[in-house]
Design a binder for this molecule. Structure first.
Ligand SMILES: [Ca+2]
Ligand SMILES: [Ca+2]
Length: 108
């Protein structure tokens, strides 16, 4: 059973967005090609059918290789989504926690 969920709500964390996006990485190369992006957008068709893959890719694909292939480009995709789709994508508290200094443990 292969099931691709739509975005669950209009607020999500960056991690949730990336997890959702990664479900569309059909050839598992760690990049989102334009076709894969198209699939992702198609799954949201009833929500915002006007969101065109080519336009989004042009906006987000900074190095012009035709793929969303690094964090910076994912961030641009997120920024685009927030600007154009009136959805809120925020840094997850779990992600922030990773960047905090580790608790020092005294071994005695
Ligand atoms: Ca891919
Ligand atoms: Ca790229």
């Amino acid at each position: 059973m292969f099931c691709i969920p739509v975005l669950p709500r209009r607020e999500m964390t960056v991690e949730e967005f990336k997890t959702w996006l990664n479900r569309f990485d059909m050839d598992m190369d760690g990049k989102i090609s334009r076709d894969e992006l198209k699939q992702a957008l198609h799954s949201l068709n009833s929500w915002f059918g006007w969101w065109k893959a080519r336009r989004v890719m042009k906006e987000a694909d900074e190095n012009g290789d035709g793929h969303i292939d690094n964090d910076k480009e994912v961030e641009k995709l997120i920024a685009y989504a927030e600007r154009h789709l009136s959805i809120k994508i925020y840094e997850s508290p779990w992600a922030e926690r990773r960047f905090q200094a580790p608790v020092e443990l005294n071994e005695g």
